[in-house]
Design a protein around this ligand. Structure first.
Ligand code: AMP
Length: 595
C-alpha cells in the first residue's frame, strides 16, 4: 500500500517541503505563496515561537531573538562553534551549544514542524513520515541530530538523504532511461559538496562524494565584511552590530551576481556611525578566489575517487544559492571543461529530490531507485595481522562479497573473525567494528575451511556470516550503520592516513607476507635436504638462499626478504619437482604392483 512521505530540504538559509501527488513530485507553498521558507526561528520573551519570513521580519527589532543558520550548529560540540555565529551561543549543562535556551535540534525541529504544518495545511491530511536531506559531508552526529530534530517535530524520519544525491534525483526524473554520469556541485550558505552519480534506467548510483561542512556563502559574507571594515579602518564591532553588517554584506554579495558594483550601506550601525562603500564585482571575485579554489580541490579529489576524468561526465549540475554567482559558474566551467547545467532550480532541486525519494519509499513513485556507496573498505584480519579487504571503498550498496579462509595452525579450535573498516594495510591501523569466534573441530593446518561473507543491505547494515564448511554451521553478526554512516571527517582522516603511510604500510605488508612464506618454507626445505636428494651444486645455492632469508628476517627488511624468499623458492624448484615426480612414480609402481 502506498503512503504519503514528505520530502524536506532543511537548509541553512531556506527550507522547503514537497510530496508526490498523483505520481508527480510537487513542492508545497506556504501561506505567503512561497515554496521556500527562511530557516529562521524567532523566540519571544514569553517563549512564543514564529518561523520563516515572520521570524526574519522581527530581526530588525530583536536581532538577538532570531536564530538563523542553526544547521551550522547541528551535531556540533561547543568547541566547534564559530565565534561569529549570528546569535549568542551558550553552553548547556551537557556542554553542548544552546541558543536562547534551546538545543540546535529543538530549533531545527521548529523549522521542521513548520514544514509539516505547511504540508498538512496544503494537503488537508496529517502526514507523519519524512525524508530529510543533509549535506553529503555531514558526519554521524550531525545526521543523528537531524533525525532527532525530525522526531521532535512529530515526524518519523524514514531516510536521511544526501543533498547532492537529491539534486541528481530531481535532474534524473526528466531523463529516465538515458545513461549518464553527472557531478553535482552544491554550494550553499554553509556547506559545499561535490557528488558524482551514475544513472541509468532510473537507477542512481553514487560513485563518489567529497565536500566540506564549513565552506559556503556565509564565509564569503564574512570575508567581504572584513574587507569593508578594514578599508573603513574599523577594527572592532560588537557581535550585535556584526549581525546587521553581515546581513548587508550578504545583500551586496548577492547584488553583485547581477550588477558590476553595489553600495554597502548601513546607517548608524552602532547608533552613531554609518558605513557606506561601493564594492565592485571584481573586488568580490578577488576575495572569492581562494574560497573557490578550495571547492575546486575537493572536486578533483572526488573525480580521483571515482577514477574519472572531467570529460567522462555528461553534465555538471550546480545547486545551492551560492552557485548564482557568475564567478562560481566560471570556476565550475574551468574545472570541468563544460558549462554547468543550470536546469535545476538552485533553491528547489534538493527538496524536489527529497520528495522523489519520499515517493519511492512510500510506493507512490515506482520508476526510480537510489544506490549508495561504502565510504571505507571493509574486511577481516588474516594471518600476520594483515587487513584482508572483502568490500573495497566506494562499492555500491547493497552488495555482497565472500572469501574462504583456513586455519593457521595445527589443532586450532576456533578462528577469530575480526571485522575491520579502513584503508590501511595492517589490521591494527584500521577500526574494529566487531569480532566473534567460529569454533571448529581440530584439524591439520590449512584443513579447516571457513567461508566468510559480508553483506550490506540498502540501509547500510552489514551482516557478517562465517560458515564452517565441514559442518555447515553458520555464525552471523550484524553491524548496524557501520557501513555507510561513518563520521565523514574520520573517513577523510583515514583516507589521508592511508595515503600518508602508503609506503611504510606496503613495506609492512610485503614483509609480513614474505615472513609467513619464509616460516613455511624454511622447515620444509630443511626436511627435503635431509632426504639427501639435492646435488652439491643445488645444495650450495639452497644453503646460500637459506642464509639470505634468515639474514633478511633478522634485519626486518621487507624487499630483501621478499627477494631472498623468491631465491629460495627458485633454488628448490627443481628439487620440489623431482620430489613430486618420485612420489608419482612410487604411486604408479604401487598401482602396477597391485594389478
Ligand atoms: P542555500 O544554503 O542553498 O540556501 O544557499 C544560501 C547561500 O546562497 C547564502 O550564502 C546566500 O548568500 C547565497 N546566495 C543566494 N542567492 C545568491 C545570489 N544571487 N548571489 C550570490 N549568492 C547567493
Amino acid at each position: 500500500m502506498s503512503e504519503m512521505i514528505l520530502g524536506i530540504d532543511l537548509g541553512t538559509t531556506n527550507s522547503a517541503v514537497g510530496v508526490v501527488d498523483s505520481g508527480f513530485p510537487i513542492l508545497l507553498a506556504n501561506e505567503d505563496g512561497r515554496r521556500i521558507t527562511p530557516s529562521a526561528v524567532w523566540i519571544g520573551e514569553d517563549g512564543s515561537i514564529e518561523v520563516g519570513a515572520k521570524a526574519l521580519r522581527r530581526r530588525v527589532l530583536e536581532p538577538g531573538r532570531v536564530v538563523t543558520s542553526v544547521k551550522r550548529l547541528m551535531g556540533r560540540r561547543m568547541s566547534e562553534v564559530e565565534d561569529d555565529f549570528p546569535v549568542k551561543v551558550e553552553t548547556g549543562v551537557d556542554g553542548l551549544p544552546r541558543v536562547l535556551g534551546k538545543t540546535p535540534e529543538e530549533l531545527s525541529a521548529e523549522i521542521l514542524r513548520e514544514m509539516k504544518r505547511v504540508a498538512e495545511w496544503r494537503l488537508g491530511v496529517v502526514v507523519t513520515k519524512a525524508v530529510i536531506t543533509v549535506p553529503a559531508y555531514f558526519h554521524d552526529a550531525q545526521r543523528a541530530a537531524t533525525k532527532r530534530a525530525g522526531e521532535l517535530a512529530g515526524l518519523e524520519v524514514v531516510r536521511i538523504l544526501n543533498e547532492p544525491t537529491a539534486a541528481a534525483l530531481a535532474y534524473g526524473l526528466e531523463r529516465l532511461g538515458e545513461k549518464s554520469r553527472v557531478a553535482v556541485y552544491d554550494l550553499g550558505g554553509g556547506t559545499f559538496d561535490l557528488s558524482i552519480l551514475e544513472m541509468q534506467d532510473g537507477v542512481f548510483q553514487v560513485l563518489a562524494t567529497h565536500g566540506d561542512t564549513r565552506l559556503g556563502g556565509d564565509d564569503l559574507d564574512r570575508t567581504l565584511l572584513d574587507f569593508i571594515l578594514e578599508r573603513a579602518g574599523i577594527a572592532e564591532v560588537s557581535q550585535l552590530n556584526r549581525v546587521r553588517l553581515s546581513a548587508e554584506a550578504e545583500r551586496v554579495k548577492m547584488a553583485l551576481s547581477n550588477e558590476s558594483e553595489a553600495v554597502f550601506r548601513v546607517p548608524f550601525y552602532d547608533g552613531s556611525r554609518s558605513l557606506e562603500q561601493v564594492v565592485t564585482r571584481e573586488e568580490l571575485e578577488r576575495l572569492a578566489a581562494p574560497w573557490l579554489a578550495r571547492t575546486q580541490r575537493l572536486c578533483r579529489q572526488a573525480l580521483a575517487d571515482a577514477a574519472l576524468k572531467a570529460e567522462d561526465l555528461s553534465a555538471v549540475l550546480v545547486v545551492g544559492g551560492s552557485t548564482r554567482m557568475p564567478a562560481v559558474r566560471r570556476a565550475v566551467a574551468e574545472l570541468f571543461g563544460c558549462e554547468p547545467d543550470v536546469s535545476q532550480h538552485p533553491d528547489e532541486a534538493v527538496a524536489l529530490g527529497a520528495t522523489i525519494q519520499g515517493g519511492v519509499l512510500g510506493g507512490t513513485l515506482k520508476q526510480m531507485i537510489l544506490l549508495d556507496v561504502t565510504p571505507l573498505s571493509l574486511g577481516i584480519e588474516t594471518f600476520g595481522g594483515l587487513m584482508n579487504v572483502l568490500i573495497p571503498r566506494n562499492t555500491t550498496i547493497p552488495c555482497k562479497a565472500g572469501e574462504m579462509f583456513t586455519n593457521a595452525a595445527d589443532g586450532q579450535l576456533a578462528m577469530r573473525v575480526r571485522v575491520l573498516q579502513g584503508e590501511r594495510e595492517m589490521a591494527k591501523d584500521n577500526w574494529e567494528l566487531g569480532s566473534f569466534d567460529v569454533p571448529f573441530a581440530p584439524a591439520g593446518k590449512g584443513q579447516t575451511r571457513v567461508g566468510v561473507q559480508f553483506k550490506i543491505d540498502e540501509n547500510g547494515i552489514l551482516e557478517v556470516l562465517a560458515r564452517d564448511i565441514t559442518t555447515g554451521v553458520d555464525t552471523i553478526m550484524q553491524i548496524e550503520s557501520a557501513a555507510v554512516d561513518v563520521d565523514d571527517m574520520a573517513v577523510e582522516a583515514m583516507v589521508s592516513a592511508s595515503v600518508e603511510h602508503a609506503f611504510s604500510d606496503m613495506a609492512e605488508r610485503v614483509f609480513t607476507e614474505a615472513r609467513m612464506k619464509a616460516e613455511e618454507l624454511l622447515p620444509a626445505v630443511e626436511a627435503v635436504l635431509n632426504q639427501g636428494l639435492a646435488d652439491d651444486f643445488e645444495r650450495a645455492e639452497i644453503d646460500a638462499a637459506v642464509i639470505a632469508v634468515k639474514e633478511a628476517l633478522a634485519a626486518g627488511a621487507a624487499n630483501p626478504l621478499k627477494a631472498a624468499v623468491q631465491r629460495l623458492d627458485t633454488a628448490t624448484e627443481a628439487l620440489a619437482a623431482r620430489l613430486v615426480e618420485q612420489a608419482l612414480d612410487a604411486a604408479l609402481d604401487r598401482q602396477l604392483a597391485g594389478e
